[in-house]
Design a protein around this ligand. Structure first.
Ligand SMILES: [Zn+2]
Length: 291
């Protein structure tokens, strides 16, 4: 079963974001402050799962299917960026005007079988966000595969313990999601796990505060934008509808394109708030003609 999902975007307040941006990640942050231009900001792409044959995903609900890419699509993205001399890397290693960070949420087995070989073959890296409780479940990456990926230079981050949205959770439950997932991955890999991707993209000021206390140095969100060196890292979602020219535009740090992406996301959020998330999903299914 596919377990991709539409990450709900819930931007943290500007005040909280700007305060978080003032600290942490000092190296990249200072570079941003010195130069400050678009070239100094890094696009961080979000992928989910992949398929080789259309039949593999034909059973999945439409809302989930849009987050599944064919391996051919992904290969096209990698080859286009490589041909333009962009360097595809993990969030942790991303640096410089040619860097494009690749992230993969949910630990789907296709990240190991399809994506990892493509990255290794070209000397690229990526950050794989793993739900600790899902390790080794049907259709998910298992422990030995994770170790193999980590040893080859891939970064492994936490995507929570159970994939529960963190915003609004009681403190003990939130801490458990943040800490137990981190500890379990660290124990498994023998390396520090200091990056978290927010399950379902849900975030508020408390989530950022508790994540910092739990020892994370970077929180990847689902809010559209470029990484500028702050604690909260915006990302750009890639769906099956995202064309390779858009991927190239993101790599180019195309301000107009990224501005349009942010505006579209804000509009979707507005509609969701207005009619409710459940009604919004029903509306999407009707528009897309999907089950
Ligand atoms: Zn997720």
């Amino acid at each position: 079963m596919l377990c991709t999902h539409a990450h709900q975007r819930a931007p943290v307040s500007d005040t909280a974001t700007s305060r978080q941006r003032l600290s942490d990640n000092a190296c990249v942050a200072s570079r941003s402050r010195v130069h400050g231009g678009m070239q100094d900001r890094i696009p961080v792409l979000i992928y989910h799962d992949f398929y080789r044959q259309e039949e593999e995903i034909s059973e999945a609900p439409g809302a989930e299917r849009r987050y599944s890419l064919s391996v051919a699509q992904f290969t096209l993205h990698v080859e286009r960026l490589a041909s333009l001399n962009y360097s595809l890397c993990s969030v942790e290693k991303a640096s410089g005007s040619r860097a494009v960070a690749f992230t993969f949420d949910d630990g789907h087995i296709s990240n190991y079988t399809c994506v990892w070989p493509i990255l290794v073959e070209r000397g690229f890296t990526g950050t794989f966000f793993i739900v600790a409780d899902w390790i080794g479940r049907a259709g998910r990456i298992d422990s030995s595969q994770l170790r193999e990926m980590s040893s080859s230079g891939m970064s492994i981050g936490s995507h929570g313990l159970t994939h529960t949205g963190l915003a609004g959770l009681a403190e003990a439950a939130m801490d458990r999601e943040l800490r137990v997932s981190k500890e379990r991955l660290q124990q498994l890999l023998g390396t520090e796990v200091a990056t978290l991707a927010l399950p379902r993209g849900l975030m508020d000021r408390r989530v950022l505060e508790r994540a910092r206390v739990a020892g994370y140095r970077r929180i990847c969100t689902s809010n559209a934008g470029l990484m500028r060196g702050g604690f909260a890292v915006p990302r750009l979602s890639v769906t099956s509808f995202t064309g390779v020219d858009v991927i190239e535009g993101y790599a180019r740090r195309d301000a107009l394109l990224i501005g349009r992406t942010r505006a579209a996301q804000a509009a979707r959020l507005g509609v969701k708030r207005l009619i409710g998330v459940r009604n919004y999903e029903t509306l999407c299914r009707k528009i897309l003609g999907t089950p």
